[in-house]
Design a protein around this ligand. Structure first.
Ligand code: GDP
Ligand code: IMO
Ligand code: MG
Length: 423
């Protein structure tokens, strides 16, 4: 059996949580492979709304096993709050949430370092989520990290060493802080974590595949936030691309099956960094209002713009996308015309290939398509799609070279249209 991967193709918040929830009934297991509580994945069904940060979005469909893989970074304090809230709302998960012993722990001092580094950068700050993601992955790569499995043996000593090292850095940055409350809730989180199945998830995942079980990997963030291929340095600190599923779960590249690439019918970005198609006018504001484009966790305003096919093509290439999923098409229901960026104009030249740097001097070249001016939110089949909407889909498929298999017309689980397959 192969493992399928669902990934964001833009700057995150494409709607990954919603679609993972919709697809989960077709799978035995759902697994997260990178990122941490910087993610905010929203799911809506039966009039309820949930935002998941560290827990995979397969947790609401029956009794499916969900795995937090080794590539994830976990904050025990935030994890405890998230898991307890789910349990309190009638979704028990202790028996079916398995956590890799190799996942790295976000320490309270990692969060402080995140804030201290951002402050030190001044105007050049990344606009991180402040969850300690960068410093935790830094410690992992520099071979100083603490892992979930460490909590089972001689943990206090390892913790004290890491904390002392971090405090030295904080001191050198003249960063003032009080750790008392943070440490208390963090250690409560460590005790709570011990109640879960702490596993060697690479063995588990490969055994499940050998037994013929199907697994869906849930990406966090998006390809344009990838540490290698995103708009560096305004990126997150993990590999958000498809290859991240291999290293973040311990599956070989030849075990990857379908790659679902998910994108919005337009584009958003939260935090700092270049965004060629960003709109600063009324249209941008209209997209933000209609799409409720505010951070799922932080409430931060998301920057909005037209779809960027130069960046999307690049994402399709590095991820090896086999099926596309278009989200939030309903947000564009009322527009007379819709624009799509098909090239960048740089130094007087038009380029269609994503360049080394998009920080400055990039001017989007647009094509304009007619809007569909139809409320699509109650549609249940592609037979109901207006002609102009079908034309938009065909245009995108031709540009990207991959079929769009799912169209989302609203935030609810039910507002999802699976298109006919032609194989
Ligand atoms: P994720 O991080 O990729 O899981 O996405 P987020 O949850 O951060 O952001 C997506 C937002 O769009 C959430 O508020 C969803 O409830 C909402 N959403 C998802 N799909 C649709 C859709 O098709 N239409 C509309 N209007 N909202 C959607
Ligand atoms: P989901 O999974 C959107 C952005 C931050 C910042 C940059 C680095 O919900 O799509 P970090 O805290 O990771 O060091 O921040 O990445 N960012 C996201 N933007 N969606 C996310 O996750 C994000 N996770 C991080 O805003 O610009
Ligand atoms: Mg999100």
């Amino acid at each position: 059996m192969k493992i399928d991967v669902l990934l964001g193709l833009q700057w995150g918040d494409e709607g990954k949580g919603k679609v993972v929830d919709v697809l989960t009934p077709h799978y035995d297991v759902v697994a997260r492979f990178q990122g941490g509580p910087n993610a905010g994945h929203t799911l809506e069904f039966e009039g309820q709304k949930y935002v998941l940060r560290s827990i995979p979005s397969g947790i609401f469909q029956g009794d499916k096993v969900n795995i937090i893989g080794n590539g994830v970074v976990l904050d025990p304090a935030l994890f405890k709050a998230e898991a307890e809230a789910l349990e309190a709302s009638g979704h028990p998960l202790k028996e079916r949430l398995h956590i890799s012993k190799k996942a790295h722990l976000i320490l309270p001092t990692h969060r402080l370092l995140d804030a201290a580094y951002e402050a030190a950068k001044g105007d050049a700050k990344v606009g991180t989520t402040g969850k300690g993601i960068g410093p935790t992955y830094t410690d992992k790569i520099s071979r100083n990290g603490l892992r979930v499995g460490d909590i089972l043996h001689d943990f206090n000593k390892k913790y004290a060493q890491a904390k002392a090292r971090h405090e030295q850095i904080l001191k050198s940055l003249n960063f003032e802080y009080d750790l008392t409350d943070m440490e208390k809730t963090w250690f409560e989180g460590i005790e709570y974590l011990k109640q879960f199945h702490l596993v060697d998830s690479e063995h588990e995942v490969n055994r499940l595949l050998a037994e013929g079980k199907s697994i869906l990997c849930e990406g966090a963030q998006g390809t344009m936030l990838d540490i290698d291929f995103g708009s560096y340095p305004f990126v997150t600190s993990s590999n958000t691309i498809c290859a991240g599923a291999c290293t973040g779960l311990g599956v070989a590249p030849n075990k990857i099956g379908d790659v679902y690439g998910i994108f919005k019918a337009y584009c958003t970005r939260v935090g700092a960094g270049p965004f060629p198609t960003e709109l600063f006018d009324e249209t941008g504001k209209k997209i933000r209002d209609l799409g409720h484009e505010y951070g799922a966790v932080t409430g931060r305003e998301r920057r909005c713009g037209w779809i960027d096919l130069v960046a999307l093509k690049y994402a399709v290439m590095v991820d090896g996308v086999t099926q596309l999923i278009m989200m939030k098409s309903d947000v564009l229901d009322g527009f007379d015309t819709i624009k799509a960026c098909v090239a960048y104009r740089m130094d007087g030249e038009e380029i269609e290939s994503f360049p080394f740097d998009i920080a400055e001097g990039v001017e989007p070249v647009y094509v304009e398509l007619p809007g569909w001016k139809t409320d699509m939110t109650r549609m249940t089949s592609e037979d109901e799609f207006p002609e102009e909407f079908n034309a938009y889909l065909t245009f995108l498929e031709e540009q990207l070279g991959v079929p769009i298999k799912i169209v989302s017309v609203g935030p609810d689980r039910e507002q999802t249209i699976i298109r006919y397959t032609e194989e």
